[in-house]
Design a protein around this ligand. Sequence first.
Ligand code: HEM
Length: 404
Amino acid sequence: MTYGGERIDWEPVKSWVTDWDWLDDGWGENAIDIWNDVREQCPVASTERYGRAFMPVTMEAVRQIANDTDNFSSIWVAVARPDAPRRPAPPITSDPPDHHGHRRLILPAFNPKAVTSIEPDLRAFCRKLITDIGSSSTADAAEQYSQHIPVHGICIITGLPEEDADLFRDWIYRNFQLAPKDNAVRVQVATEMTEYIDVLLRDRLKNPKDDLLTVVANAQIDGQEVDWDVKVGYIRLQIVAGIDTTWSAIGSGLWHFAQHNDQVQRLIAEPNEHDLWSEATEEVLRYYAPVTMARKVLNDVEVSGCPMHAGDQTLVTFPAANHDPKEFERADEFILDRKNNRHVAFGLGIHRCAGSNLARLEMIVAFQEWLRAFPNYSLDASKKVTWANGQVRGPRILPVLTGH
Ligand code: HEM
């Protein structure tokens, strides 16, 4: 490993307890096993790779960090090089008291009524993707399906142009897979996004529409105009929080169901309105929660016996907490109709996901349409599944046999 230059060169992880790295090649596919192994040894793992940074794996530790905004700040929401330049993307990067005003501003766009109204459009969109696959015996359930659905949803709600989907996905890839170790990539992505969003927001000032871009272009908090770079940050957040998150959750669900045809048959025997579909979606969220956040440690503090110091970084490993056997009965089992599923895939505390209504709708519609169209699909064993590492974990290449 070398510090000081623009890039950290990485070596494979030596120990997940003392040398964890969320960009290690082993993370994406094996993260659940990794967290379970670490939890048997200690509640909080550490690494020196990005300066000192911690990885809690129990619900108790995750809950303590997420709920303690005095000691853990959201100005750093990803574990990255300690000298990484960070830009605001509120509300996710803001602490109290500022956080509340930012959150209040964007929440109406994602309220249940606004989200439910796009269901017919989302369903038609999923059907079109399935029609494009046609009668082919093979498909890529990530590249031809899961990656497109959240872009469609977020573009309807924000007004972002859907024809720029490839651009969004490229930014997401570079931002999450490369930027934590490479400041040059981080700056380049931020610059490209800022220039792009700037043009859209300026256009909305002149040509208002019924969309979140227009709300943000004119944003005021308590009668005060919001700073322009904060407005740009709101939209940057929609792109980085609203796309690969749900793309990963849908992809992980499809990866799972491809290997559990008994569960597919149970689901498709029920009407779309039946609770089983929601329960299954919640269990996908619990079991395959894609999003791991982070905080900057502000003061010397102890988490489950582990001392942390001001200036350290820590993950808020929501997906690991979802596998804590102290919190969930038979935590290591995927139970299709699990009841009282109090998972923390959408986080907890003041930063709890603002887009959870949208994410849930996109997931359930995507599952219903895919499983009904391909009731006997399975993984294509002749090809490799690839997973995104790091902050947002999920399948990026997902070759399947459609059963046709
Ligand atoms: C399955 C999909 C999703 C998952 C698992 C997920 C997960 C999360 C998590 C864990 C947080 C907490 C962040 C923290 O504590 O630092 C969060 C916050 C947030 N999410 Fe999501 N998310 C998903 C989809 C979406 C979508 C579709 C949007 C829409 C744009 C979205 C927008 C946001 C925003 C704006 C916040 C910040 C809220 C705040 O700081 O008050 N998310 N999400």
